[in-house]
Write a protein that binds this ligand. Sequence first.
Ligand code: SF4
Length: 409
Amino acid sequence: MNEYDSDVIKDMLIKNGFLYTKSPEDADIIIVNGCVVREKPEKKAVEVLKYFKDRGKFTIAAGCIAQKDKDALKSVSNIVIGPMEYDSLVEVIGKDGVYTDFARYRYRFYKYAEKRKDVSFSEYVTIMTGCDNFCSYCVVPFTRGREQSRSVEAIRREVEYLVSKGAVEITLIGQNVNSYFYNGVDFKDLLEKVATVGPQRIRFTTSHPRDISVAVFDVMRKYDNIMPWLHLPLQTGSTRLLKEMRRGYTKEEYIYITKLARKIIPDLTISTDIMVAYPTETEEDFEETLEVVREVQFDYAYMFIYSPRKPSSAYYRYKEQIPREIAVKRHRRLVDTVQEIVTEKRTEMIGKRYRLLIDGYSKKNPNVSRGKTEGNITVVVNEKIPVGTFIDVIIKEVRGTTPVGIVIR
Ligand code: SF4
């Protein structure tokens, strides 16, 4: 979402007479659009702001970081601006201040998104912002505000525009896309409307196990251009901890919904987010997480160690944290378990045919192209192929957990 917002901010400023440079050293103004979901990137954002402020640049702290810690950021930034206030950026540049009004609707800002200048083969489209869930560990409701769904017409206009400018892949984004609701249109209806606009590939993220529905799976099955990929954060496999986290589903319900999804959508891949060492997590709780991982057979997972984030409720509620060495050990075991499953799944791809959308090149060898399958699995090809191209490949081997494909068309 920050990537999307950064692109829109860039377009908004260019349209208002500012010049963009890729080199921060050449810039007069530095904008850091920072995320606060994890501790490390937050610290990094502050360091970057300080670095450029000390070198005489006009610095702007934007995004969730601005909303969360406005007072702390004043010493390293001229302007602190939260996501709900981006539309005022043009007017306030040059004036030092804090702009973090929470109750605004971002309509004016999205206007710029609808006609952005640099359109790539793959684009994000925001369909909703904020979240009403208040999961115990999460700061999003405090930094992005309450849920706001964007109008169907605006989303449709943006998708049509992007497709007309050559985008072949559209990813609908929001903190909890499944709870989209605007004037009687829910997420499944919206997904269907976007599918009929005709991008060649449609994805959406992030889903919520409590809010996703069978109706969404049915729409995914109905349209060939909605990709068979579901990112469904698990967080933990322990029903006791899920309750503590206020996630709104049980271990059994999570397993049930993923099995049902795989039954309805052929070739569905499922990815997830899992955290270990949430306060009070016992060995038994952790074992339950491993159990769900084995049962669901995730196609890939983002795994991390819990860190208390102010002002989430968990930050205030728990006085004690799981000791670091235990947290690290559990994380390692989780990574190993997922890795084992992923390796097996990738090996099963050998000899099968996949359609890839090329999205970049290997960092080590620019003549090796990278692309994603419909199920969002990265495959490499030992040929230089332009980004944005669709190719069909047969997987001939797996290196580490990366399948290697031979082009057949
Ligand atoms: S649903 Fe996601 S964004 Fe919303 S509070 Fe929970 S973790 Fe945060």
